[in-house]
Ligand binder design. Structure first.
Ligand code: C2E
Ligand code: MG
Ligand code: MG
Ligand code: MG
Length: 288
């Protein structure tokens, strides 16, 4: 019996390993074609002020797979990083995002909307050609007025501080600003924060999700807000899902929010409708 069980377990384990390997392979192969087949999409999630104006948006990549349906970036970004496809993928994201922004500027944007945030993978950021690629795209799409912000993670800074800071300084001189994404989950030191041309810390969702019930999380959020303020950095709270969370954050001086409570990420056309429907004001649909 024991043997049989062991064998069953083994087979189960083996099968799931095989399934994982197969899934991985399908993702990797599919990604090669995804751009050419026009399967990638730019989705956007609003970033809102305390007064509930949409002051910016984060670009979130989606992959509309012909058989697997809509795939989250969590499923394919790390695979793209490991297989060396991330540069091509993010070059597409950058190009499409800036083209979209140009299009909106032509059609008209509410005055409150001042920033488009784009996630940049460390592997891509550290590529020798990254800076010139970005500068060429900014030039090509003639973006003005709206700030382009890159979201990077703390670990990128640790791995190669001097190259990272050099790249950031060049891009900052061309109007790009920087946010630390998932702040609080990585390894950045306070010294790094003060030495880099940063604008924003995005408090990771994991500190927000239990904010109402977890005093330690509330204390950490408070410390982050005070620290950021002292360093002259703005803060965005990520993953805000309830009005109670918003209230606690507001009480501690948080001024920018992003999360399902305000709006889920959505396709570009519906985001633009939401943005322009009330001149940038986000009317919350009451949820039960
Ligand atoms: P992120 O940059 O931290 O983006 C925020 C993620 O949290 C998004 O997941 C968003 O949908 C989700 N989110 C926002 N508000 C809430 C909320 O209230 N509750 C919950 N539970 N989740 C919320 P998404 O779109 O699945 O993206 C996951 C991650 O994939 C992103 O995390 C980012 O690290 C990465 N990603 C997305 N697009 C790109 C890209 O173009 N390049 C790179 N390198 N990474 C990307
Ligand atoms: Mg992000
Ligand atoms: Mg994040
Ligand atoms: Mg993340």
């Amino acid at each position: 019996r024991v043997k049989a069980e062991g064998r069953n377990n083994y087979q189960f384990y083996d099968q799931s390993m095989q399934q994982q390997a197969r899934w991985r392979w399908e993702i990797e192969e599919g990604l090669h074609q995804a751009i050419a087949k026009d399967e990638l999409q730019i989705w956007l999630q609003p970033q809102v002020s305390a007064e509930h104006f949409i002051i910016g948006a984060e670009v979130l990549l989606r992959w509309q797979h012909p058989e697997k349906g809509l795939i989250s970036p969590i499923e394919f970004i790390s695979i793209a990083e490991e297989s060396g496809q991330i540069d091509a993928l993010e070059a597409w994201v950058l190009d499409r995002s800036l083209a979209l922004l140009r299009q909106w500027q032509n059609k008209g944007l509410p005055e409150c909307f001042e920033r488009l945030s784009i996630n940049i993978s460390p592997a891509h950021f550290m590529q020798p050609g990254f800076t010139s690629r970005v500068l060429a795209l900014l030039d090509q799409h003639a973006i003005d007025g709206v700030n382009i912000e890159f979201e990077i993670t703390e670990n990128l800074l640790i791995e190669n501080f001097s190259l990272a800071s050099k790249t950031m300084n060049i891009l900052q001189a061309h109007g790009i600003s920087f946010a630390i994404d998932d702040f609080g989950t990585g390894y950045s030191s306070l010294r790094y924060l003060s030495q880099l041309p940063l604008n924003i810390l995005k408090i990771d969702r994991s500190f927000i999700s239990d904010l109402e019930h977890n005093n330690n999380d509330a204390s950490l959020v408070e410390v982050i807000l005070i620290t950021a303020d002292k360093l002259g950095l703005a803060v965005i709270a990520e993953g805000v899902e309830t009005s109670a969370q918003e209230a606690i954050l507001a009480e501690h001086g948080c001024k920018i929010y992003q999360g399902f409570y305000f709006s889920r990420p959505q396709p570009a056309a519906s985001f633009y409708s939401l943005l322009t429907a009330q001149n940038g004001f986000l009317k919350l649909v009451s949820t039960v």
